[in-house]
Write a protein of this length. Structure first.
Length: 395
């Protein structure tokens, strides 16, 4: 009697492979859950790291003139806070002026909406005149008027026939009701939003301290991190850490400088064409232009909104042309030289990373997706077993 061992051995191999990969799948699910539920903590930490990368060259500059790292970090952080405070005052003054003129913008938007609705009604009427015969159209209009009159009469009858509640009838004893707090979906939504905002503000208050300690203790943290590895692994960890630092610094500092350039030239052009609130519109447009894929339409929103008070076609055209030219120059000429020389990611991976991190962390995830993915690629490029993944992520 022959014994068939082929299928059994194949099944056993499949079970062994499933057991081999199941811990990795479970670990991936746990990591995704931690990233999702702890997103406020991770976003705050990554933002602090990115700000530290932006300020680190200024700390190195002060250290060249014999400043201790702790003192140089303190001076740079204080100057950054002062600059932020001055910029905040300027933005507040422009926002206050914008708030005073909100009725003008509201009327302008209402006029635009009314004009658009009127055009739609005219198109519908012209279409009905072309497609529906005159007699049938007249019958439809009469039916609509009759239905409206019937609805109005029904509402009138319900109002006249409605009897007052028992508590309001003559001689009735007033009904005493015990007030009970009722929760509504809108109240729950507002409460959840306020609690989330409180958590965000609470963790955001730690950012200045995190940035200072990251700058002042950078060398100590690097040495301490490398102590976890031995022999060749320490060299691989050092190269990986250096590669991550170079890529993230190139991305963050490069995008920050590009945003400043776009904000400066955009504000200058908007001021030259007498656009209201040129510096606020130019700054928002400059940094929104760097958002992947949707940067150009987002960058046109602030200046177009500011141009509503003027409501002139040439201003609208000038705004769209200015934003488009600055966006194309920044992404096609400056971005490849400043950022693209170090951040090598293929478009498919960028799209998937934007989808993944956008799902996990919403809008902040869209902004942090590319530097996180580039940092992962730097680690994969320096670890021998992970180099195939690095090649897959690369361009």
């Amino acid at each position: 009697m022959a014994v068939v061992t082929g299928p059994l051995s194949t099944t056993a191999k499949a079970v062994q492979e499933a057991r081999h990969y199941s811990p990795h799948v479970l670990a991936g699910g746990v990591i995704i859950a931690i990233l999702y539920f702890g997103r406020i903590f991770f976003i705050t930490s990554i933002v602090a790291i990115m700000i530290a990368f932006i300020l680190d060259p200024f700390v190195a500059l002060l250290m060249r003139i014999r400043f201790p790292r702790s003192l140089a970090s303190f001076v740079v952080c204080v100057l950054a806070l002062v600059i932020l405070w001055v910029l905040g005052l300027g933005a507040y003054s422009q926002l206050a002026n914008l708030y005073d003129q909100l009725p003008v913008y509201g009327e302008r938007i209402a006029d635009l909406v009314d004009g658009f609705q009127q055009k739609l009604q005219n198109i519908e009427q012209q279409t009905s005149r072309m497609l529906i015969p005159a007699r049938q159209r007249q019958q439809q209009e009469e039916q609509v008027r009759a239905a409206q009159q019937a609805a109005a009469q029904a509402r009138t009858r319900r109002r006249t026939q409605a009897s007052p509640p028992p508590s309001q009838q003559p001689g009735a004893i007033p009904e005493v009701r015990i007030h009970q707090e009722e929760r509504t979906p809108i109240g729950d939504f507002i409460f959840a939003g306020l609690s989330s905002a409180y958590q965000i503000l609470l963790l955001a208050s730690f950012i200045p301290f995190l940035v200072y300690f990251m700058l002042s203790w950078r060398d100590h943290m690097n040495r301490s991190f490398l102590q976890f590895f031995h022999g060749e692994d320490r060299l691989i960890a050092a190269r990986s850490l250096s590669g991550v630092a170079d890529i993230v610094r190139a991305f963050v500092v490069g995008n920050f400088l590009l945003g400043l350039l776009l904000a400066f030239f955009g504000s200058l052009i908007f001021w030259w064409i007498h656009l209201p609130f040129p510096f606020l519109a130019g700054s928002l447009s400059g940094f929104l232009s760097l958002v992947p894929y949707v940067g150009l339409p987002l960058a046109t929103v602030p200046p177009l909104f500011a141009a509503l008070s003027l409501n002139r076609l040439e201003i609208y055209v000038a705004v769209v042309v200015t934003v488009s030219i600055l966006h194309l120059i920044a992404l096609n000429v400056l971005y490849p030289k400043v950022v693209g020389a170090r951040v090598h990611l293929n478009p498919l991976v960028v799209t998937f990373s934007l989808m993944l991190w956008g799902f996990l962390w919403d809008a902040p995830g869209l902004l942090l997706a590319i530097p996180i993915t580039a940092a992962l690629k730097a680690v994969c490029d320096n670890v021998k077993d992970l180099r195939p993944f690095g090649k897959f992520l690369g361009d």
